[in-house]
Design a protein. Sequence first.
Length: 297
Amino acid sequence: MENPYIDWDVKFDEALKMEVPEAKFSKFSFSGIGGSGIIGDIARIFFPEIGNSLEGNETLLAVSYSGNTSETIEDVKRAIQKGSDVIIITSGGILGKFAKEKGIKQVTVKAGSQTRYSFPYLITPLLKIVSEKTGDKLNLERLALGVKEKKDEIVKEGTSLANLVMGKIPVFYSSRFLGIAKRYKQEVNENAKYPAFYGEIPEVNHNEVESYVHGYNLHPVVIYSSEIDSITAEVLHATLVKGFYDDDLMNVSSLMMIGGIMSIVMAESLHEIPDKLYNIPRARELTSNLFKPSSIL
């Protein structure tokens, strides 16, 4: 298959042109899970005050690419009951239909892909909504620049990383860029159908680093965001992945793309089809039976 991450510069440019609704409250909460959930983790790199609680005096940013995520649907229902402002970012599904019928604010993104491939379409409008309300304007054009200026280097880095971790179990670590480490783990799981884990620095320095005494089959990878990350990498003799730029937006987009490239290369090596899912559909089916998301309508 054609690499679904290679045109992220185009997707970021397209996403930047999307209009977004204005948030009512300057206090924000986030709901999302899986590939959609990572959007909140990445957004907190720039806006760490984005919370998870629903008290009725915040704007809930509910992200579900499919629009059918049971847990996010439940959060939207609770937010409405509490009188919160709600903005839904989705490609359609139950949440898209609900927003349209009930007049709930939404951003409709391009459908027909996997959530993990659609990161530019999900993160860009969310960052735009928050930055416009808080007045902390981000130059979001730099997201596209981050993957456009160093595309060849990104592909090379992702390929090299895939070759390094194959045959081992990769464990991804970071401090401020923890969301990126988490996404690397998810990319490997979903695209390559391969085990991977992640951990938070500095927490792991007080426990998990000792597991490498007998962790013969582990390959630690540290994603650099501050000096504490370098220290952890030195202790673990880990592979250190650093951004190419002195700009957080550009580093975030390029580092996220490296993880995607890595996972596709691993999938090809394992003769796996990245889009094919073995266990997730069954897990979603059983979860939806618990929440009965259709009751939102």
